[in-house]
Ligand binder design. Structure first.
Ligand code: NCD
Ligand code: ZN
Length: 346
């Protein structure tokens, strides 16, 4: 028996599209199902000025399939030198939707990120004034903090004090992975929200480390123990609008992942909606999927939901390819390790 599920077209509130041949290779994978996506600015060099965001947006639009209506929502990468006027005018013109805070060294291409968070005060005050959200990679980078604790420590040491200094700033905690992140994200409705990735709802750290090292499950923040995954699944299926989808689909060529020092990032653009429908179905929460993928993100960003729908159909297990070929080399697709029965059919 087939079963259909019609959803408002989803959006991806955290996406890496890269540039050049990789962009050309992956753009269609997100454009197929998603209406819009918040585009991460961690290129080399990063997207720090309005002029760079405008040029990058042009390259993304050029890489989309003909007739695609996918909208890239651009972000600027915050540095200690960010000019509040440039940022504010890029936001006022509609070119840029949000700004991204990377602690220096926290993740892929974050070398130009922020070391001294106090230096951001004028920029953050300006963002609060104009209602421009800040997306934050919430991990400390101190060598003495265990990598599995870096999210919880970031909330206590950096994020909470920062939010007290700029109480009206809207903040999205990106790709949360812990019970601590979940608890903090719901503490200030309308001001604070969190994105949750597809893969963090499905894998825990055993998937990366037990029975052999699996580089294609390695990403940042790194997946935590099973209790945290279960807490994430509860949050995503709770219907609380402070949690919404940001896939953090982050393509790297296989050669860069399968290496003595492999890159962090999971590529899930192609099968994300099938994965999410599967796990929401298994959790008895299919009726909560649309809020998570299509309604709560626009609400927080003060945008209308997409005007059209997608249809998912449940049937026999689907086979996705193991990887996609791009001009930058093959990119392995996230393998959820469970049968997927839902496919986007329209
Ligand atoms: C991202 C990337 O590859 O750009 N990697 C990742 O593991 N998520 C960066 C990021 O979002 O941390
Ligand atoms: Zn990311």
């Amino acid at each position: 028996m087939t079963q259909n599920l019609i959803l408002t077209r989803p959006d991806d509130w955290h996406l890496h599209l890269r540039d050049g041949a990789m962009l050309e290779g992956v753009a269609a994978e997100s454009a197929r199902n998603f209406g819009r996506a918040i585009i991460m600015p961690n290129l080399v060099p990063p997207v720090v000025t309005a002029a760079q965001a405008l040029a990058y947006k042009g390259r993304i639009l050029a890489a989309l399939p003909k007739n695609s209506t996918f909208q890239p929502l651009m972000t600027l990468y915050l540095t200690e030198q960010t000019d509040p006027d440039d940022l504010a005018s890029a936001h006022a013109s509609g070119l840029v939707t949000a700004a991204k805070l990377y602690p220096a060294g926290a993740t892929t291409n974050s070398e130009s990120g922020v070391q001294n968070f106090n230096k951001l005060q004028p920029v953050l005050e300006r963002m609060a004034e104009i209602g421009m959200p800040m997306c934050v990679h919430g991990e400390v980078t101190d060598a003495d903090v265990d990598i599995f604790d870096r999210e919880a420590v970031f909330i206590d040491r950096i994020l909470d004090p920062l939010r007290r200094r700029v109480p009206n700033l809207k903040v999205v905690m990106e790709h949360i992975t812990t019970a601590e992140g979940i608890a903090y994200a719901k503490s200030a409705p309308g001001k604070l929200a969190a994105t949750i990735t597809t893969h963090h709802l499905i894998i825990n750290r055993n998937h990366i480390l037990a029975g052999g090292l699996r580089p294609h499950y390695y990403c940042l923040p790194v997946a935590k123990r099973e209790t945290h995954r279960l807490a994430l699944l509860d949050a995503a299926t709770s219907g609380n609008p402070c949690y919404f989808l940001g896939t953090d689909s982050a393509p790297h060529a296989d050669s860069a992942k399968e290496s003595a020092c492999g890159c962090a990032g999971v590529f899930s653009a192609t099968n994300t909606m099938s994965c999410l429908a599967e796990i929401f179905d298994r959790a008895g929460a299919l009726d909560r999927l649309e809020g998570f993928t299509s309604l709560f993100g626009p609400k927080f960003y003060e945008l209308a939901p997409n005007p059209d729908q997608i249809t998912l159909t449940k049937g026999a297990p689907i086979k996705f390819p193991s990887h996609i070929d791009t001009g930058a080399g093959p990119v392995t697709l996230f393998n959820p390790g469970i049968d997927l029965h839902w496919m986007v059919t329209d």
